[in-house]
Ligand binder design. Sequence first.
Ligand code: PNW
Length: 436
Amino acid sequence: MFDRSQFPDGFLWGAATSAYQIEGGAQGGAGRNHWDDFAATPGNVEGAENGDVACDHIGRMDEDLDLLKDLGLDIYRFSTSWARVLPEGTGTPNREGLDFYDRLVDGLLERGLKPAWTLYHWELPSVLADRGGWRNRDIGDWFAEYADLMASRIGDRVWSAAPINEPWCVAWLSHFEGVHAPGLRDIRAAARAMHHVLYAHGRAVEVLRGANVSNVGAVCNFEYSNPASDSEADRRAARTYDAIYNRFFTGGLFHGAYPEEVLEGLEPHLPHGWQDDMPLIGQPLDWLGVNYYTRKNIAAAPGPWPALAPVDGSLPKTQVGWEIYPEGLRHFLNQVARDAPGLPIYVTENGLAAEAPHQDDQRISYLTDHIEQARKAMAEDGVPLAGYITWSLLDNYEWSLGYGPRFGLVHVDYDTLERRPKASYHALRSALKRSA
Ligand code: PNW
């Protein structure tokens, strides 16, 4: 797969999961969240599947932490569920939920693993969704309260903290493309969510700093935007897609400004006085996480801004139809290194869905090729890359696609919930061992 000696001492390796995708259930006093509601509405999720059971990580936490440790990893990137610890979104905490995350963090530390904590990986408490969720500026206050509660509980023992996983998914995919909860297709809702997600990030960073939580960063996702043809119209559409997806959030975080190509469409819909939040949004961070999976081929399309549409491409694809384009990872590592000179960068997600549980050659070559691009970005381009975290430890709930797509290094049998390491797990394990 690769040789650990090609990477500097101290380069960190990890695997990621998220709460709703693996934990299972409202058992233990958790409140409803908007993914429970979204999945219950026919047509939103493949087979109307939901996270009620998922991988039953809550019941099998020790087994899962042992799998991480036996793999030889340094980091486990996980998230805490807002609705599990604050069933009403704010107010009275659920003791059982807090105890679970205490045990999770302690279990990681006992095994010598670094806990990389994400506060929000998408399960917004339903009560708050009903009050407008990410469209409502009050989300800043709600999120700050949740951050404060969790910081006081696990903030002293985590290795790193990131307020929000993938602002693009939280805002655009969920409020403009309608693919994730709350499933809106509304430019005004999208514009407000795009800004509020960064505003809430800023509010949480303030809280985490105030609570002396160390190593505070942000995690953004990136998708390589390839013009479907050489035409001026397609090239322009691809630039717009790139600006919305790949430059809006880093623009806010590192340049105190949003890209012109996005303001062209969003400015009339942004919340009044949004410019005043830019200093909060741009507070210094300790690291940036890059999530990268694929490229899209973008063509101009009729209709209102952004007037574009993805079209089919010619590269080999994964189980979910995503084109495999490893060079894109190197591209974005270089881009963010220019955005934030000197800031440590981590790949915080990279991986693929591949069906065959035990013949996952495609997974091994996908990981090998992307890790090689990350290595080149570091060794040849001078990007300050400090670690690589793969998605995911386990097969899990792939949001609107349900349980079909299998992203795990470890196979999960959803009838018995039995875990079985795949070939890629063993390949990664021996790569990490060689010179350790
Ligand atoms: C990321 N899209 O999500 C998430 O952080 C994970 O929870 C998820 O399982 C993983 O990637 C694999 O999909 C995305 O439709 C989900 O463009 C969907 C999209 C992008 C990212």
